[in-house]
Write a protein that binds this ligand. Sequence first.
Ligand SMILES: NC(=O)c1ccc[n+]([C@@H]2O[C@H](COP(=O)([O-])OP(=O)(O)OC[C@H]3O[C@@H](n4cnc5c(N)ncnc54)[C@H](O)[C@@H]3O)[C@@H](O)[C@H]2O)c1
Ligand SMILES: [Fe+2]
Length: 466
Amino acid sequence: MKKQNSIAKLVSNKLVSNKLVSSKLVSSKLVSSKLVSSKLVSTDGLQHAGYLAVAKTRAKVLKAFAYVIPIRRPMLFVGESSCDELCDMLINEGSTNVFIVTDAVLNKLGIPAKVTDYLDSKNIRYKVYDGITPDPTFKVVEEGLRISVDAKCDSIIAIGGGSVIDAAKMIAMSQGNNCKPQQLIGILKARKPSVPLYCVPTTAGTGSEATLGAVVSDDKTHQKALSIDPRMVPLAAAIDPVIMKGMPAHITADTGIDVLTHALEAWMSANASVETDYYAASAVKSVMQNLPVVYKDGGNLKAREAMGIAAHYGGIAFNKAGLGYVHAIAHQLGAYYSIPHGRANAIVLPYVLDVNRQASKKRLAELARKTGMVEDGQAGKSNAVIADHLIAQVRELIATLNIDPTVKGMKTTDFDSIAKAAAKEVSDTYAVPTYLSASEIKSILTKIQQASDEHADTDVKSDKVA
Ligand SMILES: NC(=O)c1ccc[n+]([C@@H]2O[C@H](COP(=O)([O-])OP(=O)(O)OC[C@H]3O[C@@H](n4cnc5c(N)ncnc54)[C@H](O)[C@@H]3O)[C@@H](O)[C@H]2O)c1
Ligand SMILES: [Fe+2]
C-alpha cells in the first residue's frame, strides 16, 4: 500500500514538475474533449478520424489521471468475523451515530442484523434506511441523504450489492459536501471528503467497495450518471462469506459474470498496467474456478469468500484500467429494458469478445496462459487459437450458469440511440482495444435480439411439450 502510494507520488511529482500534466489541466482537457466528442458522436459515422482522435486522446488523459491522482484502497477485512472488525474500526475512529444503508429485500432477510447486533452490543446508536432500489435513482439517494442529515449521523455503513453501495457513496459524499447528489456527477466535483463510509458487500459482483465511482440513474429516463472522485473510495470493507451464502443462484450467476467482465475489460484495456493485470488475472482465475461452485452450492463458504475477493480485485483493476464496450452497451440495456447489471453484461460479453478477438488475441492468449485456461497440448499453438479457446470457455461458463438471454421489448428503432450512447460512454470513459463503428454496435444489438427471440421460441415450444 505504502509502496503503491509512493510510486503514485513519484509519478505525480514527475509529471507535475515536468509541467506535462496538472490535475487542473487534466480536468479541463476532459471537459473540453467531452464537448467535442458529444458533437462528434451525434454525427453518423462514429468511425471517422475525429471521433477516434478524441477518444484516443481522452484515453491517454485518463491514464495520466490514474497515475497523477493517487487512489487509496479501503482497509479490507475478510472472513466470518470481518463485520465485527469493520465495526471495531468505525468505533475506534470515533463514530457514535451510524447511518445504515441497505435495501428492503436484505432487511427482510435479516442480513443487516450481523452488523446491528454487534453495534447494539457496543452501545453504538444507528438508524437503518432500507429504501435503496436496484440501479438507484437520485430520488432514492436524496431520501437517504435527508434521513442521514436529519439524524445527524456521523458515519455510514452500506450493507448490500452495488446498488446499495453506490447510493451510500453518493449519500456520504453529498452529506460531507453539503450539496445535492446531482452536483457530484462528473469527475472531481467534490470539494470536501465524504462522511466516513464503510461497506459490507452482499453480492460478489460490482467491486464498488473498492472503486472511486458511483452510478446513479435518472428518475425518468433511467440513464446512468457517473460520479468519479478518489474520495469516494470507502474507508473499509468487510468480505463476509456468510452474508453472501443465501444469495439466490440467479443473482450469484449474474453478479459473478459482472466480476469476470470487469476483469476481462480491465485486462484488454489500452490503459492496463502491471498492477491492474495482476488483479484482473487473479479475478479471472478465481471466477472460472469458483463461480460454477457457488452457483451449484451457495453454502460453500470457501468459494463464496474467494468470489468476494475476486469481485474486490476486479474493482481494483478497473478502477485504474477502466472498462469497455460490454459495460457501455450493458448500461443501455439496463436503462432501456430494465435488465439487471450483471445479466446485461453476461448477455453482451461474448459478442464483444468476438469483435475484440483480432485486436486482443495476443493479450487474451497471455491471460489464458497466466490463468491456466490453456488446454492440454495447446501450449505451442498460436495466440489466435488460445484466445479462441478462452472465449469459448467464457461462453461455456455463461451457459453453465443458465443466464437468461431474454431482453424483453427490444426494438430496432432504439438501436441508433443505444449505439450513440454506448459510443459516447466509451469515448468519455474507457480505453478500449478497438473502437467500433455505429453499425458494428448495432450488429451486436441485432445478435442479442436474435438470441433473445430464439430463446423465447424455445421456451414457448418447451411449454407446449410440458
Ligand atoms: N460503483 C461501481 O464501481 C460499480 C461497478 C459496477 C456496477 N455498479 C452498479 O451496481 C449496481 C448493481 O449491483 P449488484 O449487481 O451488486 O446488484 P444489486 O445491488 O442491484 O442487487 C440485486 C438484487 O440482489 C439482492 N441481493 C443482494 N445481495 C443479496 C444476498 N446476499 N442475498 C439475497 N439477495 C441479495 C438485492 O436485494 C437486489 O434485489 C448497478 O446499479 C451498477 O450500475 C457500480
Ligand atoms: Fe459492472
